[in-house]
Design a protein around this ligand. Structure first.
Ligand SMILES: [Zn+2]
Ligand SMILES: [Zn+2]
Length: 254
């Protein structure tokens, strides 16, 4: 299984893209501005997009993606997400005002975008890869994902603050090779982190201590300009793992 980081920043700027991860060549986890790293040919292989939540840094490039490859598509792109996330996309993005409703184009019975509501705890198998949706704790209904095949597994937290469920679900399995977990703010912005329901290094340290596995841990969604401060606070607070910052366009072979 191949995992490619298309975008992993908490903001934008030269060289910085917002969240999107590609699994092999056909699945996206979130579709922030990282999708803009893909060539048209690569975009045309995408068949499934799993969304963590509705926020724009995770969804903003779905409209451009669909529009760019509209003519090339023979099968629809399926968006897997909680019903609340799908409702938000339909009401606020694909509403014919912000963007055309591609779930009705070119024809209602043969559209290029298809929604498949999913609930936390559900698992979907796609060509030998299992994707499980896991509830987390964000300002809007939010989830993370555990992605596995017969031999390996990785997990992605989505956007979250303190919770037990994500860690309990990961602990219920025998293996976890790689973990991508968000930490958006430095400790001095812990109040903001609490309000926006993101981790800061102190709260991430508490929650990571719940994990029984010893995966490679990569932190993500760092506020631009705060990367060094957050990383040094995370390293000081968490000794058990060899933590690294995720960088754009990194590829993991699992
Ligand atoms: Zn968010
Ligand atoms: Zn976010």
């Amino acid at each position: 299984m191949k995992l490619r980081v298309l975008g992993c920043s908490g903001g934008v700027g030269a060289g910085l893209r917002t969240t999107s991860y590609m699994v092999d060549d056909d699945i996206l986890l979130d579709a922030g501005s990282g999708v803009g790293e893909l060539f048209l040919e690569e975009m045309s292989h995408i068949r499934h997009i799993f969304l963590s939540h509705s926020h724009m840094d995770h969804t903003a490039f779905i409209p451009f993606l669909v529009d760019s490859i509209f003519e090339r598509l023979t099968d629809p792109i399926i968006i897997h997400a909680q019903q609340e996330t799908i409702d938000a996309l339909q009401a606020h993005i694909f509403n014919w005002v912000m963007w055309p409703d591609f779930s009705k184009l070119p024809r209602e019975d043969n559209a290029v975008l298809k929604y498949e509501p999913m609930k936390p705890g559900e698992k979907i198998w796609i060509n030998g890869r299992q994707i499980e949706m896991i509830a987390v704790n964000h300002t809007v209904p939010g989830v993370g994902y555990r992605v596995s095949n017969e031999t390996c597994a990785f997990a992605y937290s989505g956007d979250t603050s303190t919770n037990d469920n994500f860690w309990n679900v990961l602990n219920s399995y025998d293996n976890l090779d790689l973990l991508i977990v968000e930490v958006a703010f430095a400790n001095r912005q812990s109040k903001l982190a609490q309000m926006a329901k993101h981790y800061c290094p102190a709260t991430l340290a508490e929650d990571l201590s719940k994990l029984k596995h010893n995966p490679d841990v990569y932190i993500t969604h760092l506020k631009p300009g705060e990367e060094m401060a957050i990383l040094s606070e995370v390293k000081a607070a968490i000794r058990r793992f060899n933590l690294k910052t995720l960088v754009g366009d990194e590829v993991f072979q699992l």
